[in-house]
Design a protein. Structure first.
Length: 326
């Protein structure tokens, strides 16, 4: 239990996190009914996970569905400045998943620029002028095999198929084109800070009627333009070792290797990239021994894999939001 073991979760906590991964805006009463406990128990567990497990529920724009470019940055820094540079990057709204790696000399950062100007300002303007930045490698993401609305929590199979079906939003509209309009920005500004914001709060922020807000949010989610994601500290789920794997696959095997990696229990994010390696993978492990077993077993045994570079994270500076819970 978290009262006595703040760095671990029990089965009900895992069920709650998994339920939120299915629908981050599901009410406590609906989650409680599906899990067979009281509303008060779910509310109490939710607050505790927020305080001790780094839990945040936030809305995320799905860049691939919106046809927006995404880039992975590998930034080599002087050792005594990497953390400060990482924290400065973390304050930007167009960055996420920032980690300190390679003995404290490398920052890994995903960017989601909304316009070409955002990307140019960061890569051609801000970063090259930053003192103690030694090298910048920018790798464009070409195809997502796993990640986004597909949450690693689902790979833990904590919920039954019936529970998952009961938690999915009811009466969702038919999918339409994935598009975010300028008038959606006030709505997203709130949801990107709190994906569980109540409809009256969203009504006040947008000036729309509550029914209009409900319809628009449902349409954005149904189209895939927006999804509700769950942020948490992986160590509370017993997976403190997080590593970035740079995989080089033979061109003819690129898609099959990417699909295979997406199906591995260890992988939380898999993308094809431009650059020296053609696949980037974020993977979670219980220990460095498990990381070795994965490299020498499931990954190493994949036909078509030619080379793997492993970069363990020393610290995660930013996930979806910033500042990270302390």
């Amino acid at each position: 239990m978290l009262e006595t073991e703040p760095d671990s979760v029990d089965r009900l906590d895992l069920h709650l996190l998994s339920a939120l991964a299915v629908d981050g805006r599901a009410s406590f009463s609906r989650i409680a009914a599906v899990l067979g406990v009281s509303d008060q128990t779910i509310a109490r567990r939710y607050r505790r996970l927020c305080a001790q497990g780094g839990l945040r529920v936030v809305a995320v724009r799905d860049a691939p569905r919106l046809a927006q470019d995404q880039w992975m940055l590998r930034i080599r820094c002087a050792p005594d400045s990497a953390l400060a540079i990482g924290e400065a990057l973390a304050r930007r709204p167009d960055t996420y998943w920032i980690g300190l790696a390679s003995g404290g000399t490398e920052l890994l950062c995903l960017t989601r620029p909304r316009t070409p100007g955002d990307h140019d300002e960061l890569l051609l303007g801000k970063l090259p002028r930053t003192p103690n930045v030694v090298e910048i490698r920018a790798l464009q993401l070409l195809h997502r095999f796993y990640g986004g609305a597909d949450c690693w929590l689902s790979k833990l199979a904590a919920l039954t198929d019936d529970q998952i079906a009961a938690l999915r939003p009811a009466g969702a509209p038919a999918p339409g084109p994935a598009r975010i309009e300028p008038e959606d920005e006030p709505l997203l500004a709130v949801l990107e800070q709190n994906g569980r914001a109540a409809y009256p709060e969203l009504q006040r922020a947008t000036g729309r009627s509550e029914s209009s807000v409900k319809r628009r949010l449902a349409a954005l989610r149904a189209s895939g333009a927006l999804y509700i994601d769950v942020e948490y500290r992986s160590e509370v789920l017993g997976h403190p070792v997080v590593a970035m794997l740079w995989v080089t696959a033979a061109p003819a095997a690129l898609h099959s290797v990417g699909e295979a990696l997406a199906g591995h229990r260890e992988t939380a994010w898999v993308s094809a990239t431009a650059g020296p390696s053609n696949l980037a993978v974020t993977a979670l492990f219980r220990s460095t021994a498990d990381l070795y077993a994965y490299l020498s077993g499931p990954l190493g045994g994949l036909a078509g894999v030619q080379h793997v570079e492993t970069t363990p994270f020393l610290r995660q500076i930013k996930k979806l939001t910033y500042p990270m819970p302390r």
